[in-house]
Each structure stands twice: as C-alpha cells, then as structure tokens.
Ligand binder design. Structure first.
Ligand SMILES: [Zn+2]
Ligand SMILES: [Zn+2]
Length: 153
C-alpha cells in the first residue's frame, strides 16, 4: 500500500462530536455531516497534494448526507478509496473508503471551520520543504502512519 491512505483509525472519537453543515463553492451541493469529531488531520501525501493543490485537512464524520446528489461525483483514486467533488465547481468534498465505514470531509467544505483543532500531520516525509504547520501535535511519517494501522511491519 502506498500513498492514498488518509487517517482511518478512530482513536480520536470524542464526546464533542456534532452535526455540521457545509457546501461547495457554487452552492449546488449542500450537506449535513453527523458525528463530526472536531479535529482535523493534515495529509502531505503526493496524491492529496496533486488532487488538492496542497496538503489536505480532513475531518472524520460518522455520516454524510447531501441535500441533492445531482452535482456530486467521485474519482476512484485507489483500489480502496474514492474522492468526492462537485461536478460544477470542482470543490473537494470528501474521501471515502469503499469498504468499511470511514468518511473524511475536507475541513474547508464546512460552513464553519473555527472549532477544528489540528490533531496531527501524516506523511510528513512526503512533505515538500517549503512549508510547515506550526504547533505541537504528532507528526507521523508514511511508515509510522501505516504501521499505526497495522498495514506494514
Ligand atoms: Zn459546486
Ligand atoms: Zn494524503
């Protein structure tokens, strides 16, 4: 397994999980997410950077419901995951594992970003040298992250 593996453990599930709304840039996609965990993880992997134009900031949610799915589509970015976006404006909406029940919504798609804490960075060794995120939080290399999921030795 190589890059495209977002945060998938649920050890941060906490009591502040709540329901939040969001939308795409053009407004044709509106969603409601429940069980929003209040933290975001930053991923520096090459797939995220190519797809988003920079590192991704993902927020775990328990469920994601769209008011209308007419403009929602997804790119199959690996054998195990897809990345959803708005057909009209291209706003990145979610990352979802095909099997299991793991959905990440990109922080910027929520209407309110103020409550999110930066929980950790992953794929740090894939990060270009030209930028850094400030603050004290765990920073995991690709190997450390995959090992934490039991995917590599
Ligand atoms: Zn849109
Ligand atoms: Zn990534």
């Amino acid at each position: 397994m190589t890059t495209d593996t977002m945060v998938s453990d649920k050890d941060t599930k906490n009591s502040s999980a709540k329901t939040m709304t969001g939308s795409c840039l053009c407004g044709s996609v509106k969603f409601k997410a429940t069980g929003v965990d209040g933290n975001h993880g930053v991923c520096h992997c090459g797939t995220c950077r190519k797809w988003s134009g920079g590192p991704t900031m993902g927020v775990h949610v328990e469920s994601l419901d769209f008011e209308s799915e007419d403009n929602v589509t997804a790119y199959i970015s690996s054998d195990w995951a897809e990345r959803g976006f708005c057909k009209n404006c291209g706003t990145h909406l979610f990352y979802r594992l095909k099997e299991g029940n793991m959905t990440v919504v990109w922080a910027g798609a929520f209407d309110d970003n103020e409550g999110f804490e930066l929980e950790r960075e992953i794929y740090l060794d894939n990060k270009p040298a030209g930028y850094n995120f400030a603050g004290e939080h765990p920073r995991m290399t690709e190997h450390e992250f995959l090992k934490s999921l039991g995917m590599v030795e």
